[in-house]
Design a protein around this ligand. Sequence first.
Ligand code: ATP
Length: 469
Amino acid sequence: MLQYRAMPHRAIQNDLLHRLPQKALSLLRALGKLADEVGVSLYLVGGVVRDLLLIKENGDLDLTVEGDGVAFARLVADRYRAGLAVFERFATARLTFPNGLKMDIATTRRESYAQPAVLPTVQWASIEEDLSRRDFTINAIAVQLNPGQFGLLLDPYGGQRDLRARRIRLLHAGSFQDDPTRIFRAIRFEQRFGFRLDRATLRLLAQAASTNLIQRLSGPRLQNEILLLFAERDPVRAIARLGQLKLLRFLHHRLSNTKPVKQMVTAVPKALAWWARQFQGSVIDRPIVYLMALSSESSAAVVATMIRRLALSREQAKKVSTGGRVVDHALKRLTDTGTVRRSQIFRLLADLSDEALVLLLAKQVSRQQGARLSVLKRLLMAYMKNRAVKTVLTGRDLQAMGLKPGPQYKTILGKLLDARLDRIVTTQAEERALARKLIDNTASPFVKRETSASGNERRFTSVKGAAAN
Ligand code: ATP
């Protein structure tokens, strides 16, 4: 079982804080002096200390005050003209310094959980108690900043020992019950650092995963954990681990890491890397792409339930719900047609988010058909180049040309855009002439489709066509 001698391990570590960037180090020294002036103890704590010990960069400066953290933060904000946001409920404050440094200041506290899986109530407490409420031993280490004890390291739960042993270990057996988000945090740190869960922690995790504890987590809290996990450097392994530990069922009971899902998820990093190289201006919501890949083989009903469970934002929900089937359809059309006009590619892809386009590419990557993949990449490059193309004429111009209000505006502007994309028209005069012709034709029951009379229509060979060549 999880047994610790709560024997504080305290030692001055002279060089540890010197691993911080100079700017941060001098600020922490100054804040330590300020803490002495007002008679409180001040500590650097949590992930930043862990990462200093691991010699890894971490931009988050988390401080905690044995005393009134918010009052101390106000003082610091005043003295350094820093921006201040206070979160009264958690007795914490966030500071933004004029030189860009950001810092969270909390109050050392004890937490009690009225019910499992809900947010705790908070009471002031000593630094030792504050460390004892934390998730894992490696995150329960503090370094004091007051001048007399500058660099004094407090490690009552053997965090340094576990860092050396590359181990994620809970502080107490009821920890996952109190806060099931720790289940996902455990996997996040395990995967990020290439550590392993210690035996007792793994057993407690498996126990917790076999109950309905995680179902009690609110949608936003579960979403936060899942998207943080998928924002890590290697979400493929994290997803495999979620599958192995039977945790995917908490997103939807029908979701699992089947072979096709695995192939899709595994193809995502390649697709993302290619996309980032080609289209540097396109900002991709990477965690959402992984969620789309994970649910790409699921039915629309399963995806809709998962979206509700995770309380995704409207924008995220739209992306995820157009993921699987729509992408399959677009890819099938691109791969099945003999030749593809630019305008056809545009129509097929225009409603897809950039995330869905990455997924489409990932799908083709997962099929391991080199020639078809190259053609798809060419189609995507042409599409991305052309998708900003617009008609010169607008609805107002059509009105000035005598077109009566009605649905034909959309049809004609659509045809003008197709003609531009296919290079049937290239100048304003040509576009106007085509518009004239189309307007005149609206007198008949339907507008006849323009053919490539000008002879300069460009066609792309489809993926299938190229592969056959
Ligand atoms: P990251 O590098 O991902 O930011 P972190 O350890 O800094 O990791 P944060 O979420 O910023 O993680 O939390 C800061 C610290 O607060 C943690 O190191 C840990 O001590 C504590 N903490 C955060 N979340 C929990 C939790 N759910 N239960 C207990 N302690 C937590």
